[in-house]
Write a protein that binds this ligand. Sequence first.
Ligand code: GDP
Length: 194
Amino acid sequence: MHIRSAEFITSAVKAAQYPPPDFPEVAFVGRSNVGKSSMINCLVQRKSLVKTSQTPGKTQLVNFFLVNECMRLVDLPGYGYAKAPKDVQRQWGPMIEGYIVDRPNLCGLFLLMDIRRDVREEEERILEWLVSRRMPVRLVLTKTDKFSRSAGMARVQALVKQTGLRAGDFILFSSKTRQGREDVWQWISSMTGI
Ligand code: GDP
């Protein structure tokens, strides 16, 4: 994908603050530190459009980025900060759920997981819920540069068994090597029609 422009539009804590649903959107969700900010920056070829390493306990925001003036990437708050105050942890679920349920222009979602970690209960629950809502979803295994290619493929096979998803539902991604960048854009194009 050739990126002509990428700009931060707004941060929101509630639906009333979302931009109008006038462009197709794809969203990114994952455990804190999974590499979500780095992935979005890699996709739009910017070093720090999305600020990395947010501190635990910070107000959780839904961030909107307009790309090529025709679609938006939506950065949903990271979950699973053990150190985050309970009220911050509690506000995560409804905020994400609210966005996913109420957004008519949401075309697909990337659920990110570190390739070195097993699927946890949280991811299983989110995945089941997304599938039950018929939300198009791709599982992105991040930081694949930490694994050899064959170890990466073996990991996908293990996760296929564990989750019941198809191998084609997974994307191997590294923001260091840019592995998977074109696969991600291809899926975004097919989902949004851009
Ligand atoms: P976020 O909290 O999900 O937004 O994660 P960040 O993008 O801030 O990344 C968390 C940490 O993982 C940082 O130290 C990044 O440098 C590192 N990281 C992110 N992506 C990759 C990757 O593809 N490969 C490697 N090796 N490290 C990564």
